[in-house]
Design a protein around this ligand. Structure first.
Ligand code: ATP
Length: 358
């Protein structure tokens, strides 16, 4: 439904978008995720028509949006700073975009009620907008965008002003809302957890380029680069050597972890400049107690640091026998710490959880 064809954007000399190619499907919840300054807001604004592009094309429904003004595009945007009018009522705010619409006052009132119900603010129409909480204002901003029945809703960090609890609640509500209205949602966020929770697919951006575009599970389990792996969660990186690369499997030796065979989908290419690296997510390592044996492999080390988060505990473990001292992060869920600093740790791990960057 939306297609970026080699989109470039310059602000003066600054190359903000550097060849974006991607397709966003109708009806999907799509997120643009990346650190501050990577160009995600700029990319979102090119869809809305708030930003011209320097070269390439932005297509909506197969039509180039070149020269098409924002107000006639089938998109609507909800901003980070929910710009609602404090001197108007909730209903007046929500109905604002319909003020020039030829429909009757009764029809407009009905549309406002429906939009308010959608965002969980049924019965709030007569309230003064300035008296609402942050979460309620964000809902009003959403209702105001949805009432215009856009094909695409663009959300620029809509939840970033809310506290953690409210943000998590709104994330779930936004997913439900998107399923209910069935239109395409495109979300800009720098919060990896938010993107993983909400999206059907995510484009991870660094420095004006898409580093990887995939569904949340693929991004997490098969990150295309160390940078993506590190941005989306935590990963242990182990220096490695490729021993052989014969068709169906790649034989690798990772420092401290020994030899392993990997399937082609575990191998991410294009990183030879840094040498080969094995990546293992902390939660794929398990703590083994006396008498327990690993289902696959095990390594020994000693616990250097214990970091307690409540629902999980992270341990930094220094591996025995590695040529270079190496710290390894692992975690256990539920969070009750089971090892102390200074304890010996025996860890189970599985080659199938590893990725190779080479
Ligand atoms: P953030 O999360 O901080 O908003 P972002 O990933 O959304 O970051 P953009 O707002 O798209 O990043 O900005 C990308 C780059 O382009 C930044 O380096 C920014 O300084 C620059 N930039 C954005 N808008 C302009 C502008 N109007 N003029 C000049 N440079 C700009």
């Amino acid at each position: 439904m939306i297609e970026f064809r080699d989109v470039h954007k310059y602000y003066g000399d600054y190359h903000a978008l550097r060849g974006i190619n991607a397709t966003i499907r109708a009806g999907e919840f799509f997120s643009l995720l990346g650190p501050s300054g990577c160009g995600k807001t700029t990319l979102l604004r090119t869809i809305a028509g708030f930003e011209d592009i320097s070269s390439g094309a932005v297509m909506i429904d197969g039509k180039s949006m070149s020269g098409v003004p924002a107000n006639v595009r089938p998109t609507n945007m909800v901003f980070q700073s929910y710009a609602i009018f404090p001197h108007l009522t909730v209903a007046q705010n929500v109905g604002f975009g319909l003020r020039r619409d030829p429909m009757s006052a009764a029809e407009k009132a009905k549309a406002v009620d429906e939009a308010l119900e959608m965002v969980g603010l049924k019965g709030y129409g007569a309230r003064a907008a300035h008296a609402l909480s942050g979460g309620q204002r964000q809902r009003v901003a959403l209702a105001r965008a949805l009432i215009l029945k856009p094909k695409v809703l663009l959300l620029d960090e809509p939840l970033s002003a809310l506290d953690k609890k409210m943000r998590e609640q709104m994330q779930v509500e936004l997913i439900k809302l998107q399923r209910q209205v069935g239109i395409t949602f495109i979300l800009v966020t720098h919060d990896q957890e938010e993107a993983l929770v909400m999206s059907d697919r995510i484009a991870v951006m660094f420095e004006g380029q898409i580093a990887q575009l995939a569904d949340p599970e693929t991004l997490y389990r098969r990150p295309a680069s160390k940078k993506v792996a590190d941005f989306i969660g935590t990963m242990n990186f182990l220096p490695a050597k490729v021993l052989s690369d014969a068709g169906a499997t790649v034989e690798v030796e990772a420092q401290g972890f020994g030899r392993m065979s990997l399937a082609p989908d575990q191998v991410m290419t294009g990183h030879s400049a840094d040498g080969a690296t094995i990546g293992l997510r902390p939660e794929t390592l398990t703590i083994l107690f006396d008498g327990q044996t690993a289902s696959e492999r095990e390594v020994m080390g000693s616990v250097e640091e214990v970091v307690y988060y409540g629902d999980m505990t992270y341990y930094d473990v220094k591996l025995d026998g590695a040529e270079v001292p190496m710290r390894l992060s692992m975690r256990n869920v539920p969070g009750r710490p089971v090892l102390d600093r200074g304890n010996k740790a025996r860890l189970g791990w599985s080659p199938s959880a590893a990725v190779l960057f080479r």
